[in-house]
Design a protein around this ligand. Sequence first.
Ligand code: ATP
Ligand code: MG
Length: 446
Amino acid sequence: MTINIPQKAEQILHILNEAGYEAYVVGGCVRDSILDRVPGDWDITTSALPEQVKELFHRTVDTGIQHGTVTVMMGKEGFEVTTYRVDGEYHDGRHPDAVTFTRSLEEDLKRRDFTINAMAYHPGNGLVDLFGGMEDINRKIIRCVGDPVERFTEDALRMLRAVRFSAQLGFTVEENTKAALSRMSGNLEHVSAERIQTELVKLLVSDHPDYLRTAWETGLTREFLPEFDACMETAQNTPHHCCSVGEHILKSLTEIENDRLLRITMLLHDIAKPVVKKTDENGRDHFKTHGPAGEKLAGKILRRLKFDNVTIRNTCRLIRYHDLRPTPDAEDVRRAVNLIGEELFPLYLKVQKADLLSQSTYRREEKLARLSGVTEAYQGILERGECTSLKTLAVSGKDLIKAGHPAGPALGALLERLLDCVLKDPTLNTKEKLLETAEKDSIKTE
Ligand code: ATP
Ligand code: MG
């Protein structure tokens, strides 16, 4: 087993070894190298104490000095070098009260979360795999190092990491580890919203976003996204669907490209369906207004998970309009672009496609035909450079004032009416024609 270590990381190992210390690359980079994935960062674990590391290298940053981590700068690149350590008692269900340094690599590997993350590598000594990490990689299994219940009791974040790694790698959570997830899921209350958000996003933008199902099966979503559990429990008795709202959501995640905003949108696009569901006298279910209701509920959820305002705004807007269905008529599409927004419209088309492909096949051809008609009409609008917002209207408020129209709130309304004319007939979008239209308009409204 050989791993190609970047030269700078190898140099760090060499300098530490020359000074008489042990040093290995460890954790995610070893796992990813074995899996032929590109490691995000190359972490180093060493028997040298932080002060000793700092003596050996010119430029270091005290990244997490109390946990033994020093970042060694090699040119512009930083490498985290952490002293072999044992974590002390855990009292808050998330962080060790204290850490102690040790001279034993085995002790250091034992404190790591999963067997696949607990391997170290040194170009001279080869792979150090004390907990069957290689075997678990081959069997595609996420398994805790040691007793899973204990490990999740120590640090509840590990539960989300288990599901996230399984989604990123396409691995199965091993039986005992999975049982421990179910048993300990309530401990997620010890994990901050920010950490939950980070893990959730990593899961969503992975190759297997539908592995969120594992988080549901084990009771994890009940803790941080109970609205999703409600979706899993909501049947849809309508020809358009063949499964529960939750299963439809999971399918839709796999039908959309791997993009953060799009995946978050699909996760929440139907989140209000359980709330607005109405069953008619024939037993058929209806979900009227689930778009606007979803916008509201998604906003609440995203704020609770401490998402940034731009993400919240864009996601909520896409959710509000995800079920808007313009005809392929150019005017209808221009009005939809105006309503949804020029930046978001192309994303809205992707959301609709993924949504549609996750429904039953009932009238699918017809639905796809409408959507490709709309997409074509939209392309035409772009090619012809037609105006779909006040931004590109050929007159501004200033122009209207100059032409003698009174400033004030009436001016905004006048601009909106002019835009309305242009959405109907794009050839009107010249200054001359619009001033003329404005003139007639004000005579009419006087
Ligand atoms: P990635 O960086 O791709 O998310 P990673 O495995 O490198 O994956 P990091 O969070 O960077 O994950 O952590 C580096 C290593 O530290 C892990 O591989 C694991 O050995 C250990 N580790 C990280 N977080 C924990 C934790 N909460 N409990 C136990 N060990 C952990
Ligand atoms: Mg990492």
